[in-house]
Design a protein around this ligand. Structure first.
Ligand code: G3P
Length: 225
């Protein structure tokens, strides 16, 4: 499972990249708005930092297929290779996906709440389909099960599309999809950090340090004892 950062604050992205093995960045219009910078200013800053080999997912905003296609062309031209154009999985979006797939652009179908939206996106040529796990949970359904069902639909129908699960609020949601072996998950920096924030882990490491310092002296490590 690829692990992607769902955020557009460059400081947060740099911090996560420093400490964790991650595969890129996803954004949406709301995430861009929270960055407080103009769209292409912040997106180019992110691209420059993550490099051309990492995935960058950027969403169209236009409502019609024609407008989405124009948005997609600009996004691809500005942000280069390994940029995935996020397109909502609605009728106008499927129309845009088919045309853009024909042109060879990489597509992430987004705003997915139901398995059949994802199936149609897969058939329309999307590389990824993004179900919103926590938002589905909040509607009283099971976001994890929806994502697993979509994964199975892709595999059982010979579609190359992968699940890119989005909208996580906790480690458990991510763990279940990691165990299932979906293609990718995109997660906010605080949820990534929380994956390893655990008192038992900290206590174990503090115990090793205390024992070693009793043996070798305060502040000593394996390089200076
Ligand atoms: O892009 C979709 C995803 O990031 C939504 O996350 O936390 O707003 O539900 P959230």
């Amino acid at each position: 499972m690829k692990l992607i950062i769902d955020d557009a604050h460059i400081d947060q992205i740099k911090k996560i990249y420093e400490f964790y093995p991650v595969d890129g960045v996803t954004t949406n219009p709301s995430i861009l708005a929270k960055s407080g910078k103009q769209p292409y200013e912040v997106l180019k800053e992110i691209r420059a930092f993550i490099g051309e080999n990492a995935q960058l997912h950027v969403q169209v905003v236009a409502k019609t297929a024609e407008g989405m296609i124009e948005d997609a062309h600009r996004i691809a031209a500005e942000l280069g290779r390994n940029t995935y154009v996020k397109i909502p999985s609605v009728p106008e979006g499927f129309k845009a996906m088919m045309a853009l797939h024909e042109e060879g652009l990489q597509i992430t179908a987004t705003a997915i709440y139901t398995p059949m939206q994802a199936f149609l996106a897969g058939k329309a040529g999307a590389s990824y389909a993004a179900p919103y796990i926590n938002r589905i949970d909040n509607m009283g359904y099971n976001g994890i099960q929806v994502a697993q069902k979509i994964h199975n639909i892709f595999k059982n129908n010979g579609l190359k599309t992968e699940v890119l699960a989005a909208s996580f609020k906790n480690s458990q949601q991510l763990l279940e999809l990691c165990e299932y072996g979906i293609g990718a998950s995109t997660v906010s920096p605080d949820v990534i950090d929380a994956l390893v924030k655990n008192q038992a882990i900290t206590a174990a490491i503090d115990g090793f340090t205390a024992d070693f310092e009793k043996l070798a002296g305060e502040g000593k490590t394996m390089s200076n004892c």
